[in-house]
Design a protein around this ligand. Sequence first.
Ligand SMILES: Nc1ncnc2c1ncn2[C@@H]1O[C@H](COP(=O)(O)OP(=O)(O)OP(=O)(O)O)[C@@H](O)[C@H]1O
Ligand SMILES: [Mg+2]
Length: 454
Amino acid sequence: MTTTGTVLIVDDEAKILNALAQALRVDGHEVVATGSPRGAQRLLAQRMFDVLVVDNLMPDLTGLDLIRELSSATAPPDRPQIVMMTAHATVESAIEAMKLGAFDYLQKPFEIDELLVTVNRALDLQRLRTEHRYLISERDAEFNHYGLVGRSRRMQEVIRTAEVVARSKSTVLITGETGTGKEMVARVIHYHSAQREMPLIKVNCAAIPETLLESELFGHVRGAFTGATGAKKGKFALADGGTIFLDEIGTMSPALQAKLLRVLQEREFEPLGSERTQKVDVRVIAATNRDLRQMVSDGRFQEDLYYRLDVIPVHIPALRERPEDIPVLVEHFIAKHAQRAGKRIDGLEAGVLETLQASDWPGNVRELENTVERAVVLSPTATIPADVIRILGASASPPAGLPSLSLRQNLDWAERETVRRALESAGGVKKDAAEVMGISQRALSYYLAKHRVE
Ligand SMILES: Nc1ncnc2c1ncn2[C@@H]1O[C@H](COP(=O)(O)OP(=O)(O)OP(=O)(O)O)[C@@H](O)[C@H]1O
Ligand SMILES: [Mg+2]
């Protein structure tokens, strides 16, 4: 069985070139023949070939030069398989070509059949490479659910649990260190559920002062407290029919814990200052980076509430416990941020991934994402060099003294980080973030849009 494909053949001796090209065409291949190595360079930059058959000794540029250039830029299947022809008994250059990744070499003079067989074998390999690439991308798509990336056994379990509980309306308690992806998992659950068209309402219990949290959750009537000039719907009412995500549940005061327990038990509550009981049909997803069980034994978290919340526990392991997720996460974040920054980034310099995998990541996936994003923005080349990757820990600040960077890039980075952090510390409330930064809300909106911060 023969495989056919596209072949580029380069030889400065016209007679040989034509004879070989003709034989390859008869064998069923699509052949482009050129006597000029410079012409070959141009063709290779313009289009894809499956196989390159190239003579070594030519004026201008040797076959070896061409091979060296090709193999430094790409590997199959992104570049053709290479077959080198060598006229003289210069086996050294043939070996050099093989070292550079050429598929095979033919020593002139050779039988035409020898060439046909070699080209066929090269095409078979090229096809396998392409299929392999396709299978890998299929597999990677399977490891990416709603942007939730992870191939470790433990992340696969988290994803599977999330998908299963999505089909119920049970309460879910998500635990894990900061930056492990608790909020992402909450989203996956909501958007896989039958209520996906209904609202997903997030409340960050730690970002709202205790005195305001109650009215934030349950709403209030006019005159319920000083300053309550109008009635306001609470988050539970807003989430009716959908999901409420109670983030940082471990910071909730004992008084509010009791009120929350009642909602979970009775599915009803009263807005502040109201005597009318309101019914709600809401799925509750709570998250915390604290050890709630320990808090229960210390008397800081109500036991009943804990059991009401911990119906379906989902624990997300720290990143350092699953370093096998780092390569897929890095690839995912490179693609995401290269696209946002409008840059072409192919990957990391050799060895960098190992450094990333060996790191501790106290800030977990968020820290890894910040590190990759910064490297993508700052990298002067398509392959991110090792010295652009700085693992700065949770206190990430603009990298100092990277000579290849413009001041402009550093400033851009600092500006974006400042805005992003202010917004994060304000729990996503723009008004508060603007206040923290001492700028107007309009100015904040401008920076958010400029840096595409969500
Ligand atoms: N498995 C993952 N795949 C892709 N991105 C992830 C994953 N886990 C986390 N992230 C990214 O990491 C960042 C932090 O995730 P998230 O906000 O969900 O963490 P968290 O556990 O809620 O953190 P915190 O406790 O600090 O609130 C987000 O930008 C998210 O996109
Ligand atoms: Mg969170």
